[in-house]
Each structure stands twice: as C-alpha cells, then as structure tokens.
Design a protein around this ligand. Structure first.
Ligand SMILES: [Zn+2]
Length: 147
C-alpha cells in the first residue's frame, strides 16, 4: 500500500509524510527526489515542466521503463504507448485539468506492463491512478476537445 501526501509547495507535505511514515514504520519517499537536476532547477525558478519532462518523472516514481516521450497532433486519441516504450501524447491535453493529464500519462505507462485493455490492465491502472474513473468521466464529457 502507498499513501500519497499532496499539496501546493510549502504546505508541509514532507513533514506530514515523514511523520506518517515514522508512525507506520514505512519508508518515506519524496517525489521531488525522482526528478533529474534539470527539472529541479526549472521548478526552483518557477517554470512549469513540459509533459516531456514530467512523464519520465512519473515513470520513475512507478519504476516503469519509459524510453521516449513525444507530444504531437493526434486526431483520434489522447495518447498512445508503443511496445518499444515510447509514450505519445496529444497536444490537446493542454486543455485538460492536471488530474486528467496525469491519468492519460498513467494509462499509457500502464501499457508498458500490459499492451491491452484486459482486466489485469485495468487493475494496474487502478493501482497507479485510483481516481481514474473521474478522469474517464471528464474525458467522455469533453470528447469534443479531441476533434
Ligand atoms: Zn489504452
């Protein structure tokens, strides 16, 4: 089991996470420690990360082997994953809220384990992104954005 402590910068996530981990006797990981130095420098300067910079970080958090990330114009889907480990994202995702963008990325990363939409695949998605039904719902309601 994993407990994620989330919040805006400076809200005390690290303190709460370390205290919680100590109480439970669990290991504590700071997600920022999984960023390469270049990402940390950008964030320190207040520059938002691109999807090409965020996806390898999300993959590293889940110990998944992404090889390449591309953002391009796709007409019929939000993202895709090749057998060789390339994640392709639709540039239209900039219109989606963060939780939906993260879901699309995690959906594609889950394909690194299961290249299908089987029951086992959706179990992996639920593990990586427990609130994925809300993101799926948003995508259905906003499918016009894909056109
Ligand atoms: Zn899929």
């Amino acid at each position: 089991m994993v407990i994620m402590v989330m919040g805006v910068s400076g809200s005390g996530k690290t303190t709460v996470g370390q205290l919680l981990a100590g109480k439970l006797g669990w290991p504590f990981y700071d997600a920022d420690d999984f960023h390469p130095p270049a990402n940390i420098e950008k964030m320190r300067q207040g520059t938002p990360l691109t999807e090409e910079e965020r996806v390898p970080w999300l993959a590293a958090l889940h110990n998944l082997p992404v090889r390449r990330v591309t953002v391009r114009n796709q007409r019929s889907r939000w993202g895709s994953c090749s057998r060789r480990g390339t994640i392709s994202l639709n540039w239209r995702l900039v219109q989606a809220p963060d939780f939906v963008r993260d879901y699309i990325v995690l959906h594609e990363l889950a394909h690194l384990k299961e290249m299908n939409h089987s029951r086992r695949y959706w179990g992996e998605v639920a593990r990586l992104c427990p609130d994925f039904p809300a993101a799926e719902c948003w995508l259905k309601q906003h499918s016009i954005l894909l056109a």
